[in-house]
Design a protein around this ligand. Structure first.
Ligand SMILES: O=C(O)CCC(=O)C(=O)O
Ligand SMILES: [Fe+2]
Length: 442
């Protein structure tokens, strides 16, 4: 919006503007038809396209209105830690499914390696439990790294405290074990292939990782507000995102096993599709899972961290995966350490979003025509980031007929990247319009 400041000095057509004045405090007079005040006078909320949809707070608005036991518990910090009002009958006043009077008669998800059962649990309940996805040794390795890192971040004064305890963000920079966890590499996730199969069925191929966080819940923390991890297309018929919750501690009702409402993924999306409020929901339960279990949750499922009543930290790795065209929670483009990038496998790079497709994250145009496959040179963008780290990223700027020979032959990074991509006759297809040029569907 134009402030009065900008309108003060007008420049007429007879006074050509210098390029470097564009957008600063000198500007042309805005024709009346485009005047911001005129615009605003015709933009009452009800007149705006898609107003109802874009301003809807659903489905959470009706979840909260029709389920008073679900509410936001105000976080407590510092000397107030632990000093919060526990209200019996609230969403967090619950237990695991097998012990819950409402749920015990239902066939809730069971920890299993049976893919048929896993599929059924995902569809019906919005989550499934992959038994022993990590071996005891794999769990121990991650547990040690998480505990050490948590302490290190506290000592450094950079611990990321949460209402429930402490999170360790951007784990990919904090230990080789986490790189492998994101890849579901069998060296760190013995059940990796089964996990990937379920995720691929849920999201379609080409999915990427949104973040990897260690969520540590501590005694005294408040329960997290129930939420859906997916925050777009809430009427979608299949999930846009899923979260892989890896139990690194045994979790249950005693130590903050994740609160969730089984089946809520369907209830909430159906309400959205039918444009109806969400009514009375069944009660939440605490997730119970042995360490090493990977719990895959549908991004539409209502859930949140439970209350840890024990003296031991509860550790769950939160590893979100999503369709390839969604913006990621962690800004891997900037945050990943150079040494991690240099040794990253094609799969890890892909998962962090360093493979462009025509419609997502092309870099100076490199990536048009790419399918977003791991190791696909036509869409690989990591070389730009590595050049930036080295201070040698030479971006293409303003060029024209009067550009000097030096400007025209400058060592543009794009030139090198494209040259590398085309080695061996592999040139990137140009243009938009063919099949399969969007986010990968193959
Ligand atoms: O800590 C947990 O159990 C779940 C955390 C969670 O859902 C989140 O942070 O999005
Ligand atoms: Fe969540």
């Amino acid at each position: 919006m134009m402030g009065e400041q900008g309108m003060k000095e007008k420049i007429t057509r007879e006074q050509p503007m210098r390029d470097d004045n564009i957008g600063e405090d000198n500007m042309r007079e805005i024709p009346n038809d485009f005047n911001p005040a005129q615009n605003a006078s015709q933009a009452a909320p009800e007149a705006q396209m898609y107003h109802a949809e874009l301003s809807s707070q659903e489905p959470m608005q009706s979840v909260l209105a029709n389920n008073p036991e679900i509410y936001f518990v105000t976080p407590k910090r510092g000397s107030d830690w632990g000093n919060w009002e526990y209200k019996p009958g609230s969403y967090y006043d619950t237990t695991s499914g097998a012990k819950h009077p409402y749920w015990q008669k239902h066939d809730l998800p069971r920890a299993t390696k049976d893919i048929g059962r896993l599929r059924q649990d995902m569809l019906r309940w919005g989550y499934c439990k992959i038994k022993d996805a990590l071996s005891a040794e794999q769990v121990a390795q991650i547990r040690q790294r998480v505990m050490d890192q948590a302490e290190g971040e506290r000592l450094a004064g950079i611990a990321q405290k949460t209402p429930s305890g402490q999170n360790i963000n951007c784990c990919v920079n904090k230990g080789r074990c986490f790189e492998l966890l994101i890849e579901q590499h069998p060296d760190m996730v013995q059940g990796g292939p089964l996990v990937e199969q379920i995720v691929t069925e849920a999201l379609g191929s080409g999915w990427i990782c949104t973040s990897l966080i260690a969520a540590i819940s501590l005694k005294g923390g408040v329960p997290q507000a129930l939420h859906q991890d997916q925050n777009n297309a809430l009427d979608s018929r299949s999930p846009m995102s899923i979260n892989i919750l890896t139990a690194i501690s045994d979790v249950d009702e005693s130590n903050g096993g994740t609160l969730l409402i089984p089946g809520s993924h369907q209830v909430l999306t159906e309400a959205m599709r039918n444009q109806k409020p969400v009514g009375k929901l069944p009660p939440a339960i605490n997730l119970d899972a042995k360490a090493g279990t990977m719990v895959i949750t549908d991004g539409r499922l209502l859930h949140g961290t439970g209350i840890n009543r024990t003296d031991e930290p509860r550790i769950v790795m939160l590893n979100g995966m999503q369709k390839s065209f969604l913006r990621q929670q962690e800004n891997w483009m900037l945050s990943v350490r150079p040494e991690v990038l240099e040794r990253a496998s094609p799969k890890l790079l892909h998962r962090m979003g360093f493979q462009a497709t025509t419609g997502t994250q092309t870099n100076e145009g490199h990536g048009f025509g790419a399918k977003g496959l791991a190791g696909e040179a036509a869409g690989a963008t990591v070389a730009f980031r590595i050049a930036a780290d080295k201070g040698t990223y030479h971006r293409v700027g303003e060029l024209g007929p009067t550009s000097s020979a030096a400007e025209l032959s400058a060592p543009y990074t794009l030139r090198d990247v494209v040259r590398t991509a085309r080695k061996g006759g592999q040139s990137a297809p140009v243009g938009i319009g063919g099949l399969g040029l969007g986010p990968s569907k193959t």
